[in-house]
Write a protein that binds this ligand. Structure first.
Ligand code: NAD
Length: 451
């Protein structure tokens, strides 16, 4: 039996977890048990399901300190952000604990007599496949609505974050088999897509596409949230200091390892000023030990991720950073690059780490062409004091989220979340949008006897 092992990125000799992989049979067994448990859970009334989610929120809140420390240790997230993630996990659970009371259908005029109504029903077993970078929030923003509407959950977390997922399952303390974690990698992920009744995936575009195809071939609903190559456009009337501080934090906070991280800065007739303001903002970011509350930029998740950042930097003109830190762990300095050819990886793809490309446009039109001219479409930002230009640019950006004078990073759990093009497949997640995904609609026609 193979083993799933996670190691601390700031101290790779530290083995955080070492657990047996579930294997394909283990996943199939977990789905069978989940299916057996799901009927009673769906049959429980809404108040009971909400109360269980409320108790789970209390348990997560009660363990906030230890959970944040585990997130820091296992995935190298700076502690201030790790505490924020725990708080978000609690808020997600509380929100969906109340969502159980939302309407589950609508009443319509009958065609003859009686009434017609729709009623949402759970889909069954939700198979969730998640990345390592938000090891609590992403599993929960999928699991909480799935559970709220009467589904059972089988979670296949990223191997790098397996300890967080297992600890979360213990804390949630839901009825037996309702929330199971299956440790593993691609084999277990594939097995889960082959058995679940609905599939929600977050991770890279390459894997997400495979998951979507496999689910569709079984006729099973799927959503996949994938990468981003998010642009921040800085117009010439922007508040430069504020914009640069936000962009630096969005590009390099948590070492740029967020799907919503700023990956490209597009200047519009202000190339030199933006570079100066960015360099000043980047120099203020504290890089180092993620357990230090002052740290903004911790390590990358592993050696391969760091190698990819350093080799991408080598292909351009390095304005800041561009090297590994001389210390234990997978650290790289926040890296700003410009002057890359159009087919360079930074211009065409997501590099998941602390690296950001500066591109120059001569006009707003050119800036929009650069921003939209990539395969991804998750989030973009525009910095300006001019409302007309803000409205025009935000209306023409080809992304699922647009931020005006706000960082690309940061997602509100109660709003629909998702992107365009290669960033997303299927319906939006989070907030009210989640109800549609985790339920299907039954249409009932009710007529008086003998009518
Ligand atoms: P990944 O695609 O390597 O892995 C994601 C999950 O898929 C893991 O649990 C992994 O074990 C599993 N998996 C791998 N191969 C599989 C297969 N063939 N079938 C089924 N499952 C399989 O991604 P990662 O490195 O864990 O995460 C980083 C990526 O996630 C980045 O691209 C980032 O942009 C993206 N991300 C997107 C969002 C979003 O909401 N859009 C949020 C966070 C991260």
């Amino acid at each position: 039996m193979s083993v799933v092992e996670s190691r601390s990125p700031q101290s790779p000799a530290d083995v955080v977890a070492s657990v047996p992989a579930a294997g394909a049979e283990g996943v199939a067994g977990a789905v069978r048990r989940a299916r057996a448990a799901q009927g009673a859970w769906a049959g429980a009334n809404a108040a009971e399901r909400g109360a269980a989610l409320g108790r789970a929120a209390d348990a997560v809140a009660g363990a906030a300190g230890e959970l944040a420390a585990l997130v820091v240790r296992e995935v190298g997230k700076p502690v201030t952000e790790a505490k924020g993630e725990v708080a978000r996990a609690v808020a997600i659970l509380r929100y969906h604990a109340q969502q159980v009371f939302d309407p589950v259908g609508a009443v319509h005029e009958p065609s003859v007599s009686g009434l017609s109504y729709t009623r949402r029903r759970p889909r069954g077993v939700a198979g969730l496949i998640t990345p390592w970078n938000f090891p609590l929030a992403i599993p929960l923003w999928k699991a909480a609505p799935a559970l709220a509407f009467g589904n059972a959950v089988v979670l296949k977390p990223a191997p790098q974050a397996v300890a967080c997922a297992l600890h979360l399952a213990e804390l949630l303390a839901l009825p037996d088999d309702l929330f199971q974690v299956v440790p593993g990698g691609a084999e277990e992920g594939t097995a889960l897509v082959d058995a679940a009744d609905v599939v929600s995936f977050t991770g890279s575009a390459a894997v997400g596409r495979k998951v979507a195809v496999a689910a569709a071939s079984r006729g099973v609903q799927a959503q996949a949230e994938m990468g981003g190559q998010n642009a921040a456009i800085v117009l010439d009337d922007a508040n430069l200091e504020a914009a640069a501080a936000q962009i630096a934090a969005a590009a390099f906070g948590y070492a740029g390892q967020k799907c919503t991280a700023t990956k490209r800065v597009i200047t519009v007739g202000n190339a030199a000023e933006v570079r100066d303001a960015l360099a000043a903002a980047v120099s203020k970011l504290a890089v180092g030990d993620p357990s230090d509350p002052g740290t903004a930029v911790g390590p990358l998740i592993g050696q391969a991720a760091r190698d990819r950042v350093l080799s991408a930097a080598a292909g351009g003109r390095v304005l800041a950073g561009g090297e590994a830190l001389d210390r234990d762990g997978w650290f790289a300095a926040p890296t700003l690059v410009d002057g890359v050819p159009g087919d360079h990886v930074l211009a065409c793809d997501e590099v998941f780490g602390p690296i950001c490309l500066v591109q120059d446009a001569g006009s707003v039109e050119e800036a929009l062409a650069l921003a939209n001219g990539v395969r991804y479409g998750l989030v973009s930002a525009v910095y300006t004091r001019d409302l007309d230009r803000a409205l025009e640019v935000s209306g023409r950006l080809d992304t699922g989220l647009v931020k005006v004078n706000s960082p690309t990073s940061g997602v509100d759990f109660y709003l629909p979340f998702g992107g365009e093009k290669d960033s997303s497949y299927g319906p939006r997640e989070q907030g009210k949008a989640a109800q549609e995904f985790y339920t299907s609609v039954r249409t009932v026609t009710l007529a008086p006897a003998g009518s």
